[in-house]
Design a protein around this ligand. Structure first.
Ligand code: ATP
Length: 213
């Protein structure tokens, strides 16, 4: 069975940067990839769009392809979206299937602030990719956790359910949801930063626009 890789995020809104990373990870890892929107991001301000709006945008973005899926379990669970709980649930469901938690370098650098972060390595592999515009060194505790876990994507990591850190070389795209929200709020149209379909559906981006559509 192919590994299962998860890209968690706020997706407020989903953009081409997310989709490109998820798509290329599915190729590099030969994995099933699911985008998993978070309900209450533990370390972040509340999203601008509602849960329903974020899901509608994700559904629109993911049409016409069958490689990337959507997993709504964190939205269906009450309380904060702790990744460790999500991965425990997936581990119980998926048996020994390799799981990969996909994270950008920005998210990875903050890993030690995540709830029970050390347990994440027991539950999944981590697939880490560069985030253009972001540079930072890792905290010592994370450096120590990573050392000895680094593995090549072509290697035998898929014989193990969890525990390796894979560096993924993906096409760098300096796009953020923050930037997309700013453009929309100032009345501009980030046409090529989001899938075209997201502009074709009336009201889909209304949460970010200055005036009601
Ligand atoms: P915001 O600007 O609101 O903080 P964001 O664009 O960073 O949002 P998130 O939903 O917070 O998007 O990101 C989810 C995951 O996707 C994180 O692991 C993040 O590193 C990664 N990611 C987001 N945008 C990119 C991008 N352009 N290139 C690579 N990784 C990205």
């Amino acid at each position: 069975m192919k590994p299962l890789a998860i890209l968690g995020g706020t997706f407020d809104p989903v953009h081409i940067g997310h989709l490109c990373v998820a798509w290329e990870a599915s190729e590099l890892l030969d994995a099933e990839v699911r985008l998993m929107p978070a309900r209450v991001p533990p370390h972040r301000p509340l999203p601008v769009a509602t849960v329903e709006q974020r899901v509608a945008m994700l559904r629109a973005a993911l049409t016409d392809q069958d490689r990337l899926g959507l997993d709504l379990r964190e939205l269906e669970r009450a309380g904060p979206s702790y990744t460790v709980d999500t991965l425990s649930e997936l581990r119980a469901e998926q048996g020994d299937r390799p799981l990969v938690l996909l994270v950008g370098a920005d998210a990875f650098a903050g890993l030690t602030t995540w709830h029970r972060w050390e347990r994440l390595f027991e539950l999944a592999h981590l697939g880490v990719f560069a985030r253009p515009g972001f540079q930072s060194s890792l905290p010592a505790a994370l450096e120590a956790a990573v050392s000895g876990r680094l593995a090549d994507t072509d290697g035998n990591w898929r014989n193990h359910p969890a525990g390796r850190v894979l560096q993924l070389e993906v096409t760098p795209l300096e796009i953020s949801a923050t930037r997309v929200r700013h453009l929309l709020a100032s009345g501009r149209s980030p046409r090529y930063l989001l899938p075209g379909r997201m502009f074709d559906m009336p009201g889909l981006l209304a949460a970010y626009r200055p005036d009601p559509e």
